[in-house]
Ligand binder design. Structure first.
Ligand code: GLC
Length: 571
């Protein structure tokens, strides 16, 4: 399909299908609050391993494990996103042996494991940074230093430029011992690595190879657009010179989103592929986090698209819905993704550890509308990410004053996973857990949702199982049809299957006649007559041409051990 024909009024069977790549369902585990196996109040690696059969029972095929690297405790460590040693497992999570066991057991269940990887910065307590501060040979330029602009006055020089952190503060902090400013895009405790240098890139890639040697199947790459900076340190231009000095008004022409990152990722891809091949392994799967674009952080998808030749997939903000979309919002969004990722490679994610939970963002919506959006995300080309607890429809937790842990107020979506009715909802046997569990979450626990009724967990399992069984969803071309409001018809077409997914984006019933918007070959394959009218209820959906009756069966791709509490056959 050409660029202009992504949303079309009438669908003809394509002469040539464009197969889409990667369509994984990735479950994100935030190890700190997933499951505490040793009763110290903190989730750990053996805890994740113990719960692998549960994860497999969801029908997902991949796990993304948020960082378990050694990092300082407390806000400065950003829960592993400010590592002091990228090759060491933080003792609070367990040992490297525990990590390897987790990977082994995940593989035995047919699950791939992606390790989070903090690419662009380290902790300011990382030995490399301390050596850089001291100006040691080979280390002096590993981080980004600038002497500042002399202002002819006593005291500190002026800041090097107008670059800002993601928190809208100057991206430069003065280091007394080195007598210079260092660059950081996040906290001052997260100094940026100088990834403009190939030797620094190689050191980072060497750390990734280390994890490949531990058996991981790939990486979730943290904050990719922050990797490189303009070596001339030019000021970022203001988008509207009258509109103020906020980050949202800055065009990141120089501080980030640099063309060197594309080259860096190419080198990374080549080196990692070689390394994996030498070990007889498949190329590692690389999933990039790209939630900041050039225009004041906006339009990250355009930046993500620049990485698509090196990364398997990227997630941006597109499906982080904050309100119920109109049919036009949806068609525009799909067309936009298709334009930038014409053969797939976009990862749809409804929530993660950085943002309010999907259920809470969409609290005003009727449950049917929330479910409809989940189904819709499942019907788009690309990967799909599911954040721990979202399968239970968990809400954001109210964290009482004094118990907060995060510097950016992200604790509400990081509260413990709910397993049972027991203490801390079965997350931990300790007196005190890392974060408190809201009362409501006890009712939402896995234990209560496991049965055959239409719980959120049951719905998620059936939905994922259904998606995994549709060849057209996993690799098929997409055609979005410009049908009359409030319908959004999506066709997915692969050599094995034609699938029509119809969504009624309104709170009223709606009727549609498929023959008005598709040719006879489609109608024939979908077994739809010329006169067939389809009625869909408020916020409803219907699928034609599905391999099994929609959402009625639960094929699992991953074997769950017989007799396991998560063995669906036992339910
Ligand atoms: C990413 C992570 C976030 C972290 C930040 C800095 O956005 O998802 O949790 O704070 O990078 O590493």
């Amino acid at each position: 399909m050409g660029q202009d024909s992504i949303v079309i009024p009438f669908a003809r069977y394509p002469e040539r299908l464009i197969p889409r790549r990667s369509a994984r369902v990735i479950y994100q585990v935030y190890p700190l609050t997933f499951y505490d196996s040793n009763g110290d109040g903190i989730g750990d690696l053996p805890g994740v391993t113990e719960k692998l059969p549960y994860i497999a029972s969801l029908g997902v095929d991949t796990i993304w494990l948020s960082p378990i690297f050694l990092s300082p405790d407390g806000p400065d460590g950003d829960n592993g996103y400010a590592p002091t040693d990228r090759r060491a497992v933080d003792a609070k999570f367990g040992t490297l042996g525990d990590f390897r066991r987790l990977v082994r057991e995940a593989h035995a269940l047919g699950l791939m494991v992606l390790s989070d990887f903090v690419l662009c910065h380290t902790s300011d307590r990382h030995p490399g940074f301390l050596k850089s501060v001291a100006g040691e040979t080979h280390f002096a330029d590993r981080y980004v230093w600038h002497p500042g602009i002399p202002n002819g006055e006593p005291g500190l020089p002026r800041l090097p430029n107008n670059w800002l952190t993601v928190h809208n503060r100057p991206a430069w902090t003065w280091h007394q011992d080195r007598g210079a400013f260092y660059l950081h895009h996040f906290l001052a405790s997260q100094p940026a690595l100088n990834l403009n240098r190939e030797d620094v890139q190689d050191a980072v890639i060497a750390d990734m190879k280390f994890w490949i040697d531990q058996g991981v199947d790939g990486f979730r790459l943290d904050a990719v657009p922050f990797a490189n900076h303009d070596p001339g340190f030019a000021d970022n231009p203001w988008i509207d010179p009258q509109a103020g000095t906020q980050r949202e008004n800055q065009r990141f022409a120089y501080s980030m989103c640099q063309p060197q990152t594309v080259e860096f990722l190419k080198r990374m891809r080549a080196q990692l592929d070689d390394h994996a091949a030498a070990r007889g392994q498949s190329p590692p799967l690389l999933l990039g986090e790209v939630i900041d674009g050039r225009e004041g952080g906006k339009k990250p998808t355009e930046v993500a698209a620049e990485y698509r030749n090196s990364l398997d997939s990227c997630y941006s903000f597109l499906t982080f819905w904050r309100r119920y979309p109109t049919s036009w919002d949806l068609k525009d969004m799909i067309a936009y993704i298709e334009r930038h990722f014409p053969d797939g490679g976009h990862c749809h994610t409804l929530g993660n550890h950085d943002f309010s939970r999907f259920r809470s963002r969409m609290a005003d919506l009727p449950p049917a509308a929330r479910r409809q959006l989940r189904i819709l995300a499942c019907c788009l080309p690309g990967d799909l990410c599911l954040y721990q607890g979202d399968e239970l429809d968990l809400t954001d937790a109210d964290i009482p004053a004094g118990l907060e842990k995060d510097w950016m107020g992200r604790d509400p979506s990081r509260s413990p996973m709910s397993w049972t009715n027991e203490r801390h909802a079965g997350f931990s046997a300790a007196e005190k857990s890392y974060l408190p569990v809201p009362d409501w979450h006890y009712f939402m626990a896995v234990e209560h949702q496991k049965g055959g009724f239409d719980s959120a967990l049951d719905f998620t399992r059936r939905l994922i199982g259904w998606r995994q069984a549709q060849p057209a969803l996993l690799a098929g071309d997409i055609i979005v049809i410009e049908a009359p409001e409030p319908m959004v018809p999506i066709l997915r077409v692969s050599p094995e299957q034609t699938l029509l997914c119809l969504f009624n984006i309104s709170n009223e019933p709606a009727v549609i006649t498929p023959s008005h918007f598709m040719d006879r070959r489609f109608l024939h394959e979908l077994r739809l007559g010329i006169d067939k009218k389809v009625e869909i209820g408020p916020y409803g959906h219907l699928a034609f041409g599905a391999r099994e009756p929609a959402y009625a069966t639960r094929p699992l791709r991953t074997p769950v051990p017989q007799g396991s509490p998560y063995d669906l056959a036992a339910e």
